[in-house]
Design a protein around this ligand. Structure first.
Ligand SMILES: [Zn+2]
Length: 135
């Protein structure tokens, strides 16, 4: 019996377990409550893959996403509000962009952790993966 492998990108966007791509990687589906937005189960409820990794270095990933967004914001900000080096508009942009980036932080923290887990854990490595795949 063969099982279709769920798409990598879609599973990442849905924040699914990197091993089975079925179980949820986070306890809460939404980022609220914020204090628990990074809460993960010890093991994936579907394939029992261990979700906590020894050395978590997702912060670097988060930094890249944050900086990227900060500069990419210029593509919607410029056409809407306009920017010029003659006035203070560059500072308004920096302020607005920083605000957007801060709003996205909880999502980015989750996304960078997911990226890191997908980097570390191969598809199908959960201990219960085989029995789950045959269902
Ligand atoms: Zn799993």
């Amino acid at each position: 019996m063969s099982v279709q492998k769920p798409s990598l990108i879609l599973s990442m966007l849905r924040m699914k377990c990197p091993s089975c791509r079925k179980g949820d990687a986070f306890v809460n589906k939404q980022i609220f409550p914020l204090g628990e937005c990074l809460k993960m189960p010890d093991r994936c409820p579907v394939c029992a893959q261990k979700m906590e990794v020894e050395s978590y270095r997702g912060q670097g990933m988060n930094y890249i996403l944050t900086m990227l967004t900060f500069f990419l914001n210029i593509f919607w900000y410029w056409p809407i509000f306009g920017m010029s080096y003659k006035d203070n508009s560059i500072f308004y942009f920096a302020g607005t962009s920083a605000f957007v980036v801060i709003l996205l932080q909880p999502y980015y923290m989750r996304m960078s952790r997911i990226l890191y887990l997908y980097f570390l854990i191969k598809y199908g490595s959960g201990p219960k993966f085989k029995e789950q795949a045959n269902q």
